[in-house]
Design a protein around this ligand. Structure first.
Ligand SMILES: Cc1cc2nc3c(=O)[nH]c(=O)nc-3n(C[C@H](O)[C@H](O)[C@H](O)COP(=O)(O)O)c2cc1C
Length: 304
């Protein structure tokens, strides 16, 4: 079977497939469906210093070709994660990507200080500067290139772990925010988090989500994500991890041709939990049928 191993900077992955943050918890539930060691990596649920209950009320809504969520970073807190979930992730055989969220610069700094002593169990920190569902922090920092550069450079001083900066698509110029992450010392950028959206119940004329708005994900966001990966690929020197709407092996190939070194898959696995098993087999077959190494596809886009 073909070679589907890839590299994201210094991080070696046996496959380009990483489970996207917030769609797999810490992988534990999915281990019932398939052997997680086939995956390139698992990105943890977005973690914060203190546990968070998340947003109240209705937090998910189905849409055409995707879904809205306003989970609001529900998580058990980083200390609980370190004690109860980190070993599970490490033993899964997939690379351990820890997704870090916060409301202020100090939160991100405290998070990285708390996680760095456990670096032997972590392959990369994914710094979530893009959650649209909390009132402060995250996306506010992630929309401002100067703030991105500042916080990335502060975190860079605190750890040798690879820093992957996860960016929001809710900006006018994704190149500016991606370049700011690179200038701050990021090892990679992850593109994209969810697009801000809203659905309305026409009987009550109220938003379906109690948070009013939510983040849109799934197949409909894929062309937006691919455009952003292709744009950033033209200007960045650091690798890109692509994410948004991936549902089959051809989607993975599209992202890689656009410039991604690896990809994350989220919403599609909520529909078909064992989807990575099929995508892995299809990618291996594609590589062997075409006699190529998957990693050689990255950035091979032929523009008109
Ligand atoms: C229910 C849900 C929860 C999410 N939680 C997080 C999170 O905690 N941290 C984060 O960085 N992204 C989070 N995301 C965004 C996904 O990781 C991913 O970037 C986005 O959904 C696009 O990929 P997809 O279309 O394959 O789902 C969440 C997405 C969903 C659907």
């Amino acid at each position: 079977m073909g070679d589907i191993s890839v590299k994201v900077g210094s991080v070696n992955l046996k496959s380009p497939l990483i489970l996207a943050s917030g769609t797999c918890n810490f992988g534990r539930e999915l281990a019932e469906f398939y052997d997680l060691s086939i995956l390139g990596g698992i990105s943890s649920k977005g973690l914060t210093i203190k546990p968070r209950a998340g947003n109240p009320g209705v937090r998910v809504a189905e849409c055409d070709s995707g879904m809205l969520n306003s989970v609001g970073l529900q998580n058990p807190g980083v200390e609980y994660f370190i004690e109860n979930d980190l070993d599970f992730m490490k033993n899964s055989g997939a690379a351990v990507i820890v997704n870090v969220a916060g409301h202020s610069y100090e939160d991100y700094i405290d998070m990285v200080k708390t996680l760095d002593p456990h670096k032997d169990k972590i392959d990369a920190l994914e710094i979530n500067l893009s959650c649209p569902n909390v009132k402060e922090g995250c996306m506010t920092i992630g929309s401002d290139p100067q703030a991105i550069k500042y916080i990335t450079s502060e975190l860079r001083k605190l750890t040798d772990l690879p820093l992957w900066i996860k960016l929001t698509p809710n900006v006018t110029d994704i190149k500016a925010t991606a370049l700011a992450a690179q200038a701050g010392g990021a090892d990679a950028v992850v593109l994209i988090n969810t697009l801000m959206g809203m659905r309305i119940d026409i009987r009550t004329r109220r938003p379906v989500l109690t948070n009013n708005t939510g983040g849109y994900s799934g197949p409909a966001v894929k062309p937006v994500a691919i455009r952003m990966v292709a744009e950033c690929s033209q200007v960045l020197d650091i690798p890109i991890v692509g994410c948004g709407g991936i549902a089959d092996y051809k989607d993975v190939l599209e992202f890689m041709i656009a410039g991604a070194s690896a990809v994350e898959i989220g919403t599609a696995c909520l529909v078909h939990p064992a989807l990575p098993v099929d995508i892995t087999a299809d990618l291996e077959k594609y590589c062997s049928d075409n006699d190529l190494l998957l990693k050689d596809l990255t950035g091979t886009l032929q523009r008109w």
